[in-house]
Design a protein around this ligand. Structure first.
Ligand code: 3HC
Ligand code: NAI
Length: 703
């Protein structure tokens, strides 16, 4: 017997423990070992029932994601076939679920006749997050256990449920008292089943899962969700599979699920989402930093500035149970900031997402202050004052004076030079950038800006802390705008320029939302504030001084006081929550084009796509070459989690690889030639892109 599975007899019971740390991913070797163990138990006349469990506590996180897209994924024994075999063993199987049963792991448990879970366990079918559907019977067995509608909701949400919920839904038959007694209680359960003469597989609770569904349910559901699904394939395949569960006998339904699963697995969308899964795990690995490095303890945090960002940043720590002092200059600003936080929590309470007691607990963790003395013992200080280098440097001089030795001093600047901020302190090794995104209590991305002298343990500590507060940290080097905002610059520049050339804002944005971006870039600028964007531009003016047309439309709107959503006018006109085309913008664009002698014409969607996206991609490749980003997949994470780039396209770098790097290079060169002086000035392929294409490489990597 291979070490991947532990096999032990206890009276009439065979205990089979999955042992492939860290998560018992059901790759081919584990599948083979599991099949062998189950056949052994099936064939042993001394064995009357089988208890299946995770040898190290955790049951299974599902199929081995790294096998997808390769032959290993369906190598014998394949998971669906293995599970069918388990359902045919003529002895009761009890799944003892510890910690996690996800995806194929839960499907394994569903193939067992009986299931018991410990109180901390969580169950789910998260395949949808990988652009897949459950492919080992989940779409067929779950509806027969809990009904089609509940199964559909669980599979489409991809969310985990706790054991109480799973018990109520009927997924679990029993709850164990605690993780330590799980296996013992599973054995007791198995013996009870034997004593009762229970069948190996109990009769399905919903033999025809559609029984409670209204007429036309599936067509109605599809019509309702179509817009939300955009061009995502997986939700449509899930729906088809659940529909099959309602229409077909189990065996045929399983075959249909297989067809649909293979279609999903072979799709570009799933490849992109699997790329994102591994990218998120890779982002935490920093070359040259030992994961075993001692971390600095973080028990108390301080935030300087209680504005839009400061309040949201402070909430993250209170949410994680970490005390946080919020420091302001003036009492009215402090009161306003704290009451904004309170109001945010109250909204969550109203929506039933937070209890009143939890609100009070979190507010107690937040302490307002006007005195630097109150933050002298903070382990981490995050500055979120106005975006002006001199003001930030002044704050850091004070921090240097008052903060205890070893405190980490962070700035939330979205573009300024973190080295220049660190330089005014006597401890630049303790200074780092922590660029939260707005709203800071909601957005998952955290750009961690490693300055020239940031100490390795400061970087490692902030990465770990970021995960503790539920953020996805991505490391960036120092440059104007870091990874995200630096790439936003050429992307936004082209969008604004195309409006001067004759495209409407809605046309530009429509092309971008047409490939499933959450928002077009011009709507995004309206949301973030045309004034904010203008001020950022001013701080980097010299870089663009040679182009009089550079972001002229944005400058003009700023001068007119059209700051975007906040002033109801920007690239669009806003009436309440409605976004409308604004004829004034068209007129301004026409006037500016005349002044700048830019001929107006109509622009094809392909041109709009290429100009925005290729400039975005080109800048990303350049950032990688400069070492600002450690890897292409980090760039993808920034754009997916900070700028609404669709995860099922894998982020801009993965998207470029799927388009073909040679196509991207050709496109840039074509635009360089066709756009006159604008093309000559801006459409310069990144040297790394040229090198990759010349070498016939198809992946974006340092080279
Ligand atoms: N396959 C392969 N590797 C996996 C895996 C899986 N299903 N789940 C986790 N891992 C790996 C991770 O890549 C990571 O490896 P690394 O240390 O080399 O980077 C390691 O296990 C630990 O994972 P995390 O760092 O994510 O650890 P956490 O404790 O934060 O999270 C988890 C654990 C909740 C299990 C999380 O990893 C997760 O969500 N995994 C994916 C679960 C999933 O999507 N399952 C469905 C798979 S598809 C399927 O089953 C198809 C079937 O229907 C046929
Ligand atoms: P804001 O104007 O809403 O808040 C700034 C707050 O800092 C004000 O309440 C002000 O009273 C306070 N302040 C100013 N000087 C201070 C000092 N010396 N000591 C204590 N408090 C002081 O600004 P916002 O939007 O919160 O931005 C703060 C920082 O976050 C800026 O660096 C900005 O670039 C960055 N940022 C902003 C994002 C956004 O979308 N608003 C996104 C990401 C970063």
């Amino acid at each position: 017997m291979t070490a991947l599975v532990h096999y032990r007899l206890d009276g009439q019971l065979a205990l089979i423990g999955l042992s492939r740390p860290p998560v018992n991913a059901l790759g081919q070797p584990l599948r083979a070992a599991l099949l062998e163990a189950c056949e052994r138990a099936a064939a042993d006349p001394a064995v009357a029932a089988i208890v299946l469990h995770g040898a190290n506590g955790l049951f299974s996180a599902g199929a081995d994601i790294s096998e997808f897209g390769s032959e290993a994924s369906s190598a014998a024994p394949d998971l669906p076939g293995l599970l069918v075999r388990l359902t045919r063993i003529d002895k009761p199987l009890v799944a003892a679920i510890g910690k996690l049963a996800l995806g194929g792991g839960l499907e394994l448990a569903l193939a067992c006749g009986y299931r018991i879970g410990e109180p901390q366990a969580r169950l789910g079918l998260p395949e949808i997050n990988l652009g897949l559907l459950p492919g080992a019977g989940g779409t067929q067995r779950l509806p027969r256990l809990i009904g089609a509608e509940s199964a559909l909701n669980m599979i489409l949400s991809g969310k985990q449920v706790d054991v109480q919920h799973a018990h109520l839904m009927g997924i679990l038959d029993r709850l164990a008292d605690n993780p330590e007694t799980l296996i013992e209680q599973a054995c007791v359960y198995a013996r009870e089943l034997l004593a009762q003469g229970a069948p190996a597989q109990p009769a399905a609770r919903y033999p025809s899962p559609a029984v409670d569904l209204p007429e036309g349910f599936f067509a109605g559901f599809r019509a309702e969700q179509e817009a939300r699904w955009k061009s995502r394939l997986a939700p449509r395949l899930v729906l088809a599979a659940i529909e099959a569960a309602c229409l077909l006998p189990l065996e045929e339904g399983l075959a249909r699920e297989q067809d649909l699963f293979r279609q999903a697995e072979a799709s570009r969308q799933s490849a992109a989402l699997r790329h994102v899964f591994f990218a998120e795990r890779e982002a935490g690995r920093i070359p040259g930093i030992d994961p075993a490095l001692d971390m600095r303890p973080i028990a108390k945090v301080a935030v300087i500035g209680a504005g839009t960002m400061g309040g949201g940043i402070a909430m993250n720590f209170a949410n994680a149970g970490i005390p946080v002092v919020v420091l302001e200059q003036k009492s009215d600003a402090l009161e306003r900031g704290l009451s904004n936080v309170q109001r945010n929590y109250e909204i969550s309470v109203k929506r039933g997402k937070l209890s009143q007691a939890e609100l009070e607990k979190r507010m107690r963790l937040l302490q307002g202050s006007l005195e630097y003395a109150d933050i002298a013992d903070a382990d981490l200080v995050i500055e979120a004052v106005f975006e002006k280098l001199e003001i930030k440097q002044q704050v850091f001089r004070t921090l240097d004076e008052v903060c205890k030795p070893g405190a980490i001093l962070a700035t939330n600047t979205s573009s300024l030079d973190v080295d220049a901020i660190a330089a005014v302190t006597s401890r630049p090794q303790d200074v780092i950038g922590l660029h939260f995104f707005s709203p800071a209590n909601v957005m998952r991305l955290l750009e961690v800006v490693r300055a020239r002298r940031t100490a390795p343990d400061v970087l490692a500590t902030t990465l770990k802390l970021a995960r503790r507060i539920g953020k996805l940290p991505v490391v960036s080097g120092v440059c104007f705008g870091f990874i995200g905002n630096r790439m936003l610059e050429p992307y936004a520049r082209e969008a604004m320029r195309m409006v001067l050339e004759g495209a409407s804002p809605a046309q530009v944005d429509g092309v971008l939302t047409g490939i499933d971006l959450n928002m077009g870039v011009l709507s995004m600028l309206d949301l973030a504030g045309i004034d904010v964007n203008y001020l950022v531009r001013q701080a980097n003016k010299a870089a663009f001084a040679d182009d009089p047309s550079y972001c002229r439309l944005g400058d003009e709107l700023y001068a007119m006081g059209c700051y975007g959503q906040k002033s109801s006018f920007g690239f669009y006109h806003y009436e309440g929550r409605q976004r409308l085309d604004d004829p004034t913008v068209e007129k301004v664009a026409e006037r500016l084009a005349g002044e700048l002698q830019i001929p107006r014409r109509s622009l094809a969607p392909q041109e709009i796509h290429d100009r925005c996206l290729f400039m975005l991609i080109n800048e990303g490749i350049q950032l990688l070459d400069e070492g600002i980003a450690l890897r292409a997949s980090d760039i993808d994470l920034v754009w997916i989690n900070g700028y609404g780039f669709p995860a099922h396209l894998g982020g801009p770098m993965h998207y470029a690889e799927q388009l073909g790097l040679d196509q991207v290079l050709d496109g840039i060169l074509r635009l360089q030639a066709s756009l006159g002086s604008h093309g000559q000035r801006w459409f310069k392929p990144a040297p790394l892109l040229k090198r990759l294409v010349a070498a016939g490489r198809t992946r974006i990597e340092k080279f």
